[in-house]
Design a protein around this ligand. Structure first.
Ligand SMILES: C[S@@+](CC[C@H](N)C(=O)[O-])C[C@H]1O[C@@H](n2cnc3c(N)ncnc32)[C@H](O)[C@@H]1O
Length: 374
């Protein structure tokens, strides 16, 4: 079976690497990374991937330029191999730069073709759809139709620890990618001076504790008739065994906004990290740490709205000062502000284009040069 671990644009390479680390042979492509496995392997990917949004089973792909071709393509897919008679199969759709651009029509034709296929195979005329859910998506991109079955259910960023949302929260999957891109290793202090609701802190802790991001949630595929439930249960047990609950954590943060901090504390509590990660209310200009080699990893306000830009520029300036005042520090920030380096008075040594939702951003890494002793 062929799967795609769907991700935000810019994270495809990281997701591919995560899949390789899990033992899959993966290839990155726009919007994710492809790999081959069975349903148990999909369960493993759902449990362990930190940066992917969903794990999708690819049911078929074909070029289509008319509704008739779309119908025939969908009809040719052996849905009966996946769906029981009472399956509930909602159909989602997405059309990009194609001859068929009516999402509604494509969804309804797909649904009709699936029903037609199942009617012929199950020899019934009516499907009550009262059973387990099998979410189907028809995507048509440059006339190539792809039909997928979502094995995740709720998107994978929903780890179960974040039930309240702050003003501009960072997606858990993007935060996990930032932690990895920062190059942080748990023997160094990880510090977010604009921690908001704490997403970066929690994702860093998950990495340090070797905690499978999906450990405390379920996936829709776990209900399916062909899923080997015992094998999935075993994978969960393995994930539990790998989780180092008592791993020493050098992770802390602060934020100027007391409301964001109170949400942050609730999230830390829900993630079982309240006693392990310290957060406090503080302006980032007042942050002074004694450790050397601190990793400042952060998602400062971008100043998208006019009027906020001056404030964002000041914050970039303060982040630059914070970085320079800490020996051997590294500053890693995601920003949509093209003037960030100028405002911080610091050149990035690494940069990467990432998307925070639909907003194009840069992930900048600023490193202290090793001091040359003469
Ligand atoms: C984009 S949000 C960060 C969201 C966070 N990553 C999360 O997951 O919730 C930016 C944060 O910077 C904080 N902030 C703004 N100015 C600050 C300052 N001078 N010092 C410290 N924090 C500040 C805001 O209160 C806000 O929580």
């Amino acid at each position: 079976m062929e799967f795609i671990a769907a991700s935000a644009f810019g994270l495809e390479g990281i997701v591919k690497q995560e899949l390789l680390d899990l033992g899959f042979d993966a290839k990155a492509e726009q919007g994710g990374a492809r790999f081959q496995t069975d349903l148990t392997g999909a369960c493993k990917a759902n449990l362990f991937l930190a940066c992917a949004d969903r794990v999708l089973l690819i049911l078929g792909e074909r070029k289509v330029s008319s509704f008739e071709e779309l119908f025939e393509f969908v009809l040719s897919i052996p849905f009966e191999q996946h769906f029981p008679k009472d399956a509930n199969f909602p159909v989602n759709g997405n059309c990009v730069r194609s001859q068929l651009m009516s999402v509604r029509d494509c969804q309804s034709i797909t649904k009709k073709a699936i029903v037609e296929r199942l009617k012929r195979k199950y020899k019934v005329n009516w499907f009550p759809e009262t059973g387990d859910v099998y979410p189907v998506t028809i995507t048509i991109h440059r006339d190539i139709a792809r039909l997928t079955l979502d094995t995740s259910g709720d998107a994978l960023n929903k780890r179960g620890y974040r039930t309240w949302v702050g003003e501009a929260p960072l997606r858990e999957t993007l935060a996990a990618a930032m932690v990895r891109l920062s190059g942080w290793m748990p023997e160094h202090l990880f510090y977010d001076p604009c921690c908001g609701t704490g997403t970066l802190l929690i994702e860093a802790a998950f990495l340090a504790q070797n905690r499978a991001p999906g450990l405390h949630r379920s996936f829709i595929m776990e209900q399916w008739q062909h899923t080997d439930q015992a094998a999935c249960h075993k994978l969960r047990e393995e994930a539990k065994a790998l989780y180092i609950k008592d791993a020493p954590l050098q992770i802390a943060g602060s934020d100027i906004n007391p409301e964001a901090l109170s949400l942050c504390k609730k999230h830390l509590q829900q993630a079982g990290l309240a006693s392990k990660i310290t957060v406090q209310q503080m302006d980032l200009r007042d942050v002074r740490l004694h450790e050397s080699g601190v990793y400042f990893v952060t998602n400062p306000p971008y100043g998208e709205r006019i009027g906020d830009q001056k404030k964002a520029a000041k914050i970039a300036q303060s982040l630059g000062e914070l970085f320079r005042s800490h020996e051997g520090a590294r500053l890693c920030a995601i920003t949509a502000d093209h003037g960030f380096e100028r405002h911080a008075r610091q050149r990035a040594t690494q940069r990467r284009r990432l998307y925070n939702g639909r907003l194009e951003c840069e992930f900048l890494v600023m490193e202290s040069r090793p001091q040359i002793i003469q």
